[in-house]
Design a protein around this ligand. Structure first.
Ligand code: ADP
Ligand code: TRP
Length: 328
């Protein structure tokens, strides 16, 4: 079986965009792949050092994977911080990485551009962890030699950098190392948020995945619409409500809704229908999430098992690399 690997950074609440763009495609792959899925808690440190919220979000991501259907007996679930080999490999890769490669990383570049705009020092707010973020990510990947790395479009550049660093290892030391492919779900929608822009934590326009029923209803009611009156025909193609509906409804429901838009369904009714299909999908995982969150010891046990499985192969793999490069 081919291997898939991906990580989720525990920073804040997981939203429907994360679910549709990253988690769901990754879970679909577990059916016919050896899946190695982890919580990138080391990467979260680049954003903040807050023990309590980091621990909470880390458990939140673990519970989310489990609630949405990751089977820990089939797939490997672990925390990045339990695998010291990742951080060790990261150093080796850092010494093979040209500084210019990191200068081109988009997250870093975005901050520099923003600093430029605000006429601040160009590196203001940039720590070295953030700067070398793609190197740690390359270590996550190369250490476990996956065939596929399912991620959203915004992460393609990071996968390419991982390939580049893997290639540098190959060239320098002639060792055989697998260069993974990014698995981008071409037909996966970029989910719009409440205001119509891409749903993102940084825009504050998200619908968190496990909102309680009533909260979900309220949040859906905040989706921006135009001011067309109830019986006036509405265009489905440009509507946020419709785009979200499409993701959660069956093909028949989508067709019916398209017609309802033409006939002039009211925004209130359309949002009520959206709530129905979303809640139908989220109801069960929401309960399962709460259950997992009430069992931190059980989660810890699963994570320890996962870490053990990873280290069983990562330790000799890294030792090999160290031997090859003179650190053995
Ligand atoms: P955010 O933009 O909220 O900070 P992240 O950057 O942490 O989200 O995204 C984590 C993963 O979820 C990435 O793989 C990203 O591509 C995916 N993702 C985030 N927002 C969306 C969205 N609106 N639609 C589809 N995928 C998304
Ligand atoms: N950088 C990814 C994100 O922000 C998270 C991540 C860290 C990751 N390490 C990874 C994803 C390794 C895939 C493989 O979404």
């Amino acid at each position: 079986m081919k291997r898939s690997l991906t990580g989720i950074k525990p920073t804040g609440e997981i939203h429907l965009g994360n679910y549709i763009g990253a988690i769901k495609p990754a879970l679909d792959l577990t059916k016919n792949h050896d899946a190695y899925y982890f919580v990138a808690n080391g990467h979260a440190l680049t954003q903040a050092h807050q023990k309590k919220s980091l621990e909470m979000s880390t458990n939140g991501v673990v519970a989310t994977w489990l609630a949405l259907g990751l089977d820990p007996n089939k797939s490997v679930l672990y925390r990045q911080s339990s695998i010291p080999e990742i951080f060790e490999l990261s150093w080796v890769l850092a010494t093979l990485s040209p500084k210019g490669l990191m200068n081109r990383a988009h997250a870093y570049k975005a901050i520099v551009d923003e600093n430029k705009r605000a006429e601040r020092d160009l590196d203001s707010g940039v720590n070295m962890g953030l700067y070398t973020y793609p190197i740690l990510m390359a270590a996550d990947i190369l250490l476990l030699q996956p065939d596929l790395v399912p991620v959203g479009r915004d992460q393609i550049q990071h996968i390419e950098m991982a390939r580049e660093l893997g290639l540098a290892m190959k060239r320098k030391h002639g060792m055989s190392i697998r260069l993974p492919d990014a698995s981008i779900m071409e037909d996966v929608a970029v989910l719009p948020g409440l205001d119509g822009r891409k749903m993102s934590k940084s825009y504050g326009n998200t619908i968190p995945i496990f909102l309680e029923k009533e909260e979900l209803k309220k949040r859906i009611n905040k989706i921006k619409t135009d001011s067309l009156l109830p019986h006036e025909p509405k265009e489905s193609a440009t509507s946020n409500v419709f785009q979200l509906y499409q993701v959660f409804a069956t093909a028949d429901e989508v067709n019916a809704m398209k017609e309802a838009f033409q006939k002039g369904i009211s925004w209130g009714e359309a949002k009520a229908e959206l709530f129905t299909v979303m809640n139908r999908t989220l109801e069960e995982p929401r309960e399962s999430y709460k259950e997992w969150m009430s069992k931190p010891k059980e989660m810890k046990r699963l994570l320890q098992e996962g870490a053990e499985r990873v280290r069983n192969e990562a330790t000799p793999f890294l030792q090999n690399i160290k031997n090859e490069i003179g650190l053995g």
